[in-house]
Write a new protein. Structure first.
Length: 202
C-alpha cells in the first residue's frame, strides 16, 4: 500500500504535467502512478471511487485472461506501478543521455541533486510525518488529506531545491562529460595555472 493515497493521486497529475511539457521519460512513471491511484481507489472501502476503480481492475483482469498480448501489457503496467522510484531515476538518466555532450555534466549534477532532494525528503517523511501529525489537533477525516498534501509538497519542494543546488554546483564545476573533452579541460586548466605561475615548484 502506498504511503498516502492522496499523494499518489497528486503525483499522477504532477507527472502528467511533466509528460505534457515534453518529459517523455516520465511516461512510465505516469502509468505506474495511475495504476497505483486506481488500486488505492479500489481499496478505499466506502469511498465513491471504490466501486468504479474495482470495476476497472476486474475488467482489466478478465480481458487479460482472454488476450495474451493485453495480458503482457497489463504485466508491464503492473511492474511500472511497483517500481515508480527506479523509473523516476531512469527518467533522470535519460535526460543525461539525451542532453548535448557539452551539457551532460551539468544535467547529471542537476538531476542528481533533484533525486537526492526528493529521496531524502520522502524518506524522512515516511519515518516521521505520521508521528508529527498525530500530535497535531487535526480531525481524523482531514488527517489523510493533510498527510498527502504535505508529502507532495515536501517531495516536490525538496526535489526542486536539490535541483537548484545541483545546478549551482554544476555551474561552478563546469567539467565536460566526455572523456576527450575532460582531458582537454584539464589540460587547459594546467595551462592556466602555468600562465598564472600557480604550479611552479619551489
Amino acid at each position: 500500500m502506498a504511503f498516502s493515497d492522496v499523494a499518489t493521486v497528486g503525483f499522477v497529475f504532477r507527472n502528467g504535467q511533466k509528460v505534457g511539457s515534453g518529459d517523455a521519460g516520465r511516461i512510465p512513471v505516469l502509468v505506474g502512478q495511475a495504476v497505483n491511484a486506481v488500486k488505492a481507489g479500489a481499496e478505499s472501502g466506502k469511498s465513491v471511487f471504490a466501486t468504479p476503480c474495482q470495476a476497472i481492475i476486474n475488467t482489466t483482469g478478465e480481458v487479460a485472461k482472454a488476450d495474451p498480448l493485453f495480458n503482457g501489457l497489463v504485466k508491464s503496467v503492473n511492474w511500472a506501478s511497483k517500481y515508480v522510484n527506479p523509473l523516476i531515476t531512469a527518467s533522470s538518466g535519460l535526460k543525461v543521455i539525451l542532453a548535448k555532450k557539452e551539457d551532460r555534466t551539468k544535467t547529471l549534477i542537476t538531476e542528481g541533486g533533484c533525486l537526492v532532494g526528493m529521496f531524502l525528503a520522502e524518506g524522512w517523511m515516511k519515518k516521521n510525518l505520521v508521528g508529527i501529525l498525530d500530535k497535531l489537533p487535526i480531525s481524523g477525516k482531514w488527517k489523510p488529506i493533510v498527510k498527502g498534501l504535505t508529502f507532495i509538497t515536501g517531495s516536490i519542494g525538496f526535489s526542486t531545491l536539490g535541483a537548484k543546488i545541483g545546478k549551482f554546483v554544476a555551474d561552478k564545476v563546469d567539467i565536460p562529460f566526455g572523456k576527450e573533452q575532460r582531458a582537454a579541460y584539464y589540460q587547459n586548466q594546467e595551462q592556466v595555472k602555468v600562465a598564472k605561475g600557480l604550479n611552479v615548484k619551489a
